[in-house]
Design a protein around this ligand. Structure first.
Ligand code: ZN
Ligand code: ZN
Length: 392
């Protein structure tokens, strides 16, 4: 068996013909640019392209298969060079008594996701676009995905406004059949230690994905899988821990860097320091509950990880490091082959030879998690604010 990196939540901005898919995503996020970026620069062998439900995107994939650019893998997924693309979708669900929340689904083949598109097209306003409201109960969504041999994963489950725990419920079991889920996605502001304070999640694998809306953000979170080969069937085995397949590790942002870690007052734009519902600065009640406080509200146990839970490794992508611009990143990638190699394998010596000692030390401190971080909240990412003395 082999170890691979997988990032299963990447959005498409536009089609090659410039039709919008995810309006908030970068225009150069086309299907082809994404698979190229993952394969050539990021070193990610399995990517989940959310928005593959869009008929115009499906037409592009079909054309690519016809002209030999892509190949449908016999066990599911679309192959481009050494990268396997899993076809996925993100929809917004909402029950009468809940706020809206996002759900992901993945399908084995283009034919299956096309069938899914034909169904959702009857229940949403514009099937061309990403993350549209599905006017159906979540139970119907899950049933449809399962009928098509797909996988169901609630997206970024703690983020305010658009997630199961953030805006819909304090208990997933109250809302849907939790045994029908294949995994949950933690989101950028949470990690395993935080999520394992909720007992109903004990049987579910955790996924850490980038939710990238631009090419550089692909792989800012990802998973390391142990499997026979990158294909859809193996992915389903990984999530079910079948025949020795498993998630070996989750690589995620330090949650402090996520956009919604701290509770944030939307009136005075300040991070809240107290846990009362009123802002300690302006006294108003309008607030964006941070993931930290939301988990404290719904937690029902001290952190208790099931034995199968892999380690969660905090990482800081190159783009988050101070004074590391796109030119430096390109230079490093050209030398080391991929961002994964730089973040996790290249030696200090090698990095300083290509750039400088200061940057090599930064990368090393990022690996060791010793950089000082200003926490994110209210939709603003956290950032690296100061550097510890550089060790010689
Ligand atoms: Zn989402
Ligand atoms: Zn998304």
């Amino acid at each position: 068996m082999k170890q691979i990196f997988a990032d299963l939540h990447i959005h498409i901005g536009r089609t090659e013909s410039n039709l919008p898919v995810k309006i908030t995503a970068a225009r150069d996020m086309t299907f082809h640019r994404i698979v190229q970026e993952a394969s050539n620069r990021k070193g990610i062998s399995m990517i989940g392209i959310i928005d593959a439900h869009s008929p115009a995107v499906q037409a592009e994939i079909e054309a690519g298969i016809m002209n030999g650019t892509y190949m449908e893998h016999p066990y599911g997924g679309i192959l481009y060079c050494n990268t396997l693309c899993i076809l996925g979708v993100e929809v917004e669900c909402k029950e009468a008594h809940t706020g809206p929340y996002h759900m992901l689904a993945y399908f084995p083949t283009l034919a299956k996701i096309k069938e899914f598109t034909a169904w959702i097209a009857q229940h949403m306003k514009n099937v061309q676009l990403s993350t549209q409201r599905l006017y159906q109960p979540v139970s119907s969504f899950i049933k449809k995905v399962k009928d098509l041999q797909g996988l169901v994963v609630p997206a970024h489950i703690f983020t305010p406004f658009k997630s199961l725990y953030g805006s819909a419920t304090t208990s997933i079991e109250d809302l849907l059949d939790i045994t029908s889920l294949d995994a949950v996605e933690l989101g950028l502001s949470a990690d395993t230690t935080m999520a394992d304070q909720i007992s109903e999640l004990a049987s579910l694998p955790f996924l850490t994905n980038s939710d990238a809306h631009s090419l550089p953000k692909i792989g800012r979170e990802y998973n390391k899988f142990l499997l026979e080969e990158a294909n859809f069937q193996e992915l389903s085995y990984v999530l079910k821990q079948k025949q020795g397949r498993k998630i070996l590790a989750n690589f995620g942002l330090n949650p402090f860097l996520g956009k919604y870690y701290e509770t944030f007052c939307s009136t005075c734009k300040q991070q809240k320091t107290s846990s009362t519902i009123f802002c300690s600065t302006c006294g108003k009640k309008k607030e964006v509950t941070g993931v930290k406080d939301r988990i404290a509200m719904i937690a029902d146990q001290p952190t208790t990880s099931p034995t199968f839970r892999p380690p969660y490794i905090h990482q800081i992508p190159l783009a988050f490091l101070p004074k590391v611009g796109p030119k430096t990143i390109t230079k490093l990638i050209e030398h080391f082959g991929s961002e994964m190699n730089i973040l996790h394998h290249a030696s200090l010596q090698e990095i300083s030879e290509i750039t400088n000692t200061q940057l090599a030390n930064l990368i090393c401190q990022a690996r060791e998690n010793t950089l000082a971080v200003q926490k994110g909240g209210g939709g603003t990412y956290g950032k690296i604010i100061s550097l510890l003395p550089i060790q010689q």
